[in-house]
Design a protein around this ligand. Structure first.
Ligand SMILES: [Zn+2]
Length: 251
């Protein structure tokens, strides 16, 4: 089992997007993760759509006004995989934490994977009202792959090493991923927990789908942290500077 981290661009937006009420702006990484398991490759999130590199406004609409995008050719997830000598067509499972543009934009470039999402997230992604409220764009995720909709915890290979963990609240069916490396457990929180401060102070972002659910999810993450898991925050630039980038593996 190996875990690789990729930085697939950067977004800069109002600090309050990440911590309600906070001033200033914050530049955050767009992470994607690759897991090498004997049963096949797993990609956790796919970053931004490659078109975002040349014309963010055309691709993102109003969201391009909220974020400055730094995203260069070669930083898209498919290129990151190729640089690691992994064929994007060979990915077995593409696990989406949720359906936002900075987590599903590269889905189309992973053509043969089975998509793994929480049922409640997939349903929200096909409900006109919830799509609008959550700023989903079906072009990102309706990309033709088979979809495995899961309800709650889901053990991808049946051996406890790669497990989808429901962490609802940021969106209706957000999920994180627990990865059991030889060195111990890692939890890829994605947007259930943007920053270390989110977890330490239970400080929510300004926009959440369900604040109570999100707090419940953060308490679950705290319990895992207290039990020894390493928490990988979803968009924490300070934390991210400590994460080895591919081709180095997270040890
Ligand atoms: Zn995000």
């Amino acid at each position: 089992m190996r875990l690789f981290a990729f930085t697939c661009g950067w977004l800069t937006g109002a600090m309050a997007n990440f911590l309600a009420g906070a001033d200033g702006r914050l530049r955050v990484p767009v992470p994607c993760f690759l897991i090498e398991h004997p049963g096949g490759w797993v990609l956790f999130d796919s970053g931004l759509h490659p078109h975002t590199q040349r014309d963010p406004a055309a691709r993102l609409g109003f969201k391009a006004k909220l974020f400055d995008v730094e995203f260069q050719p070669g930083e898209e997830v498919a290129a990151r995989l190729v640089a690691l000598e992994v064929d994007p067509g060979s990915i077995r499972y593409l696990v989406n934490s949720h359906l936002h543009f900075d987590h599903t934009g590269g889905n189309a470039s992973i053509p043969n994977a089975q998509l793994v999402v929480q049922r409640s997230e997939w349903e929200a992604g096909h409900d006109a009202d919830l799509m609008m409220r959550n700023a989903y764009d079906a072009h990102d995720y309706d990309t033709g792959q088979g979809v495995l909709q899961v309800d709650g915890e889901h053990d991808l290979f049946g051996d406890g090493r790669v497990v989808c963990l429901p962490t609802y609240g940021h969106t209706p069916g957000h999920q994180s991923l627990r990865v059991r490396l030889d060195s111990g457990e890692v939890v890829l929180t994605a947007d259930a927990c943007y920053l270390r401060r989110t977890l330490e102070a239970l400080h929510l972002p300004s926009v959440v789908h369900d604040a109570e659910q999100m707090l419940t999810s953060l308490r679950v993450l705290r319990r895992l942290r207290d039990a020894g898991a390493r928490i990988f925050y979803g968009h924490d630039p300070e934390f991210w500077s400590s994460v080895p980038q591919a081709p180095a593996a997270v040890s």
